[in-house]
Design a protein around this ligand. Structure first.
Ligand code: CP
Length: 334
């Protein structure tokens, strides 16, 4: 495997292989599998889980990591092409990425959405430009429009619970003080569709996901025997649900317009997930969230601290899933 950038790039059998390997690595340690291998981690944005789980996962396989956070102890990096670099950035990714690639056997990059130009973010333009100059295997640690590591870990969590493919999976918009990227909702939507769920996207009208994301999910659902629809009716969406995946995201309608978005959110504080949301769901309906989560804004304490919540398990499964990716990318079978 040379690239782990979008779960949609992988055939179903390859995803199944990664999930089997992730479970095996969880049960049977392989502390020498990646001895002598080095993973370079380039984080343009903050992280708790992705940073720590890649470092821990690589160490558990006998390899090493180094981390570069541009502008924090290393040069600020420019990502745009054709700009006159007379601002804060001292170096361009066109040099920095090939340099880092010479120090590592694989590279992971986290580069969030710019949040101003919806078309550019939907096309993952910045990440794709860095991909084009990366000569070693590359892992997407969350780009403008994708988070495949989160999606693979979440798939593993659903398998383990187990949550049956075909059951109702609700991806719900949730309140948040700030407009957040579309990467996690896009990845969760596609993952649930590819797993064959009856996927319902629950959101206020102004937060309808871009058509291109819905179309991609619908075509994955068709192949897997699932369905995808959207609604703003909470009772309808949650009826018979087995999973509620909560996440906030920016309004595509007001993309890049923080003031309009802020006005919109002022009336949406009741989009904080409470226990009452689950009244019509299956009795053991689970609450998923990628974390970090703002308590009592996005999800209420009563849900996060209750038996529905699998958020810690999701975070732990990130590590096993990523170890499987690293194993296939850098191990002897690569
Ligand atoms: N879910 C996730 O990617 O967490 P971090 O932002 O902490 O890495």
């Amino acid at each position: 495997m040379r690239r782990f950038v979008d779960l949609a790039d992988l055939p179903r059998e390859e995803i199944a292989d990664l999930l089997r390997l992730a479970s095996r690595l969880e049960r049977v340690p392989e502390p020498g599998a990646l001895r002598g291998k080095v993973l370079a981690l380039l984080f343009f944005n903050p992280s708790l889980r992705t940073l720590a789980s890649f470092q821990s996962g690589m160490a558990r396989l006998g390899g090493a990591t180094f981390v570069v956070s541009p502008g924090q102890g290393s040069w600020a990096l420019e990502t745009r092409d054709g700009v006159v670099m007379d601002g804060a950035a001292a170096e361009h990714v066109r040099e920095a990425i090939p340099v880092l690639a010479g120090y590592g056997d694989a590279l992971g990059i986290r580069s969030f959405a710019g949040g101003q130009d919806l078309a550019a973010d939907l096309a993952d333009r910045t990440f794709r430009a860095m991909d084009a100059v990366c000569p070693v295997p590359l892992i997407n640690l969350e780009s403008a429009i994708n988070h495949p590591c989160q999606a693979l870990g979440d798939w593993k969590t659903l398998d383990e619970l187990p949550i049956a493919p075909g059951s109702r999976f609700v991806l719900s918009w949730a309140n948040h003080p700030k407009p957040l990227p579309l990467a996690v909702p896009a990845a969760a939507l596609h993952m649930a569709a590819a797993r064959g769920h009856e996927v319902v996207v629950l959101r206020p009208d102004a937060y309808a996901l871009p058509a291109v994301l819905m179309a991609k999910a619908r075509s994955a659902a068709e192949r897997a025997g699932g369905t995808v629809r959207e609604t703003d009716d909470r009772r309808d969406a949650l009826a018979g649900a087995t999973v509620l995946y909560a996440k906030s995201w920016s309004s595509p309608r007001h993309y890049g317009d923080a003031a309009a978005e802020s006005d919109l959110r002022a009336g949406l504080a009741d989009w904080c997930v409470h226990e009452s949301w689950f009244a019509g769901a299956e009795a053991d309906c689970r609450l998923m969230h990628c974390l970090p989560v703002r308590r009592n804004v996005v999800v209420a304490d009563e849900v996060l601290d209750g038996p529905r919540s699998v958020v810690i398990r999701q975070a732990h499964n990130r590590m096993w899933a990523q170890m499987a990716v690293l194993h296939r990318m850098l191990g002897r079978s690569a």
